[in-house]
Design a protein around this ligand. Structure first.
Ligand SMILES: NC(=O)c1ccc[n+]([C@@H]2O[C@H](COP(=O)([O-])OP(=O)(O)OC[C@H]3O[C@@H](n4cnc5c(N)ncnc54)[C@H](OP(=O)(O)O)[C@@H]3O)[C@@H](O)[C@H]2O)c1
Length: 297
């Protein structure tokens, strides 16, 4: 089986490659070989490689910058998945597209179901919702694509909240972190495992068009910042923990509005994949252990 992976240098893409089964060939062009903002290139590369699956992890993920990069974020997060959909229709191949909890408005206080209405608050969420809609509206057969929504991705590498907090615990006496946005921190490693299970299952079973995957448990950014300090200190990655002060979203204005509550209901996916979500705190410890090892600390 041949797979075209986009976003291989990102958090999830990196883990997808790490967990690749031996009988699978992955072709993972970087942004110089495939620019996702170039609609025609997205089509051309699929025609050239002729993969059985496209795993689309590549995305414009800078939530605040997207507010001013409307065209570029729509091209990468909306039109690239559209181009992939048009080609898989022609080739009868498959698409696994990664999407986000930010397609929801966060106005409810219980986990979001797969079939709930999208209502993004910011441009990043709107561009990701556009990608989902393009796939949904252009796909010839619903069986050829799966949208896997996930949330608050964490890993030992890349640009993410964990690494930012590690640095701040080290450098500062006190840090202020938002405590009124709630989600599920989710390990990129666990998402990659779910992706490979989806591909394996799809060989013999039908799966719903949209799936939700997150680690177990919920947290605010404040909870996550506190946990990073505690676990990193316990693992001797940092010498001291900063005082973490909870603040509100209105105390920390950002260009993009974010959902207050974006927990995904993963019950269906967990049952279908026969995979129990790991608690985010356990994932966080594994991530920090790997960080310590790879950075020789
Ligand atoms: N991060 C989160 O908290 C989060 C939460 C929910 C869902 N998701 C979704 O999960 C998926 C993967 O997220 P992630 O955190 O792994 O992303 P990431 O670490 O930010 O990586 C994004 C990837 O996309 C690539 N990319 C960006 N623009 C590109 C372009 N024009 N052409 C080609 N490649 C381009 C990047 O390449 P470079 O290395 O060259 O920049 C990188 O490989 C995305 O669909 C995202 O929407 C993420």
């Amino acid at each position: 089986m041949k797979i075209l992976l986009t976003g291989s240098t990102g958090q999830i893409g990196h883990e997808i490659i790490k967990l690749k089964p031996i009988d699978i060939e992955i072709i993972s062009p970087d942004r110089n070989q495939l620019d996702l903002s170039n609609y025609d290139s997205c089509k051309e590369i699929v025609l050239k490689i002729n993969p059985d699956w496209i795993i689309n992890c590549g995305a414009y993920t800078a939530v605040d910058d997207a507010e001013k990069d409307i065209r570029l974020s729509n091209q990468i997060n909306g039109y690239a998945p559209k181009a992939f959909t048009e080609i898989i229709n022609e080739k009868n191949s498959n698409l696994l597209h990664i999407s986000t909890d930010f397609v929801f408005d966060g106005k409810q206080s219980f986990p979001y179901e797969e079939n709930q209405k999208r209502n993004p608050l910011g441009q990043y969420g709107r561009s990701k919702a556009l990608g989902e809609e393009f796939i949904e509206n252009n796909l010839n057969s619903i069986e050829n694509a799966t949208i896997l929504r996930t949330s608050w991705v964490i890993s030992p590498r890349g640009k993410n909240f964990i690494l930012t907090m590690l640095k701040l615990h080290n450098e500062r006496e006190e840090i202020n972190v938002v405590s009124d946005q709630i989600g599920s921190p989710t390990s990129a490693h666990e998402i990659a495992k779910a992706c490979w299970k989806i591909i394996e299952l799809k060989k013999k079973d039908k799966l719903p068009f949209i799936l939700h995957w997150s680690d177990a448990g919920v947290a605010s950014w404040f909870d996550l910042a506190v946990a990073v300090g505690e676990i990193a200190k316990e693992l001797k990655i940092i010498d001291k923990i900063a005082i973490v002060n909870p603040i509100t979203t209105s105390d920390y204005p950002t260009p993009a509005q974010r959902p207050k509550y974006s927990v995904l209901n993963t019950f269906n996916t967990s049952k279908l994949l026969k995979k129990t979500p790991t608690h985010w705190r356990k994932s966080l410890k594994e991530i920090l252990c790997e960080y310590k090892k790879t950075n020789h600390l």
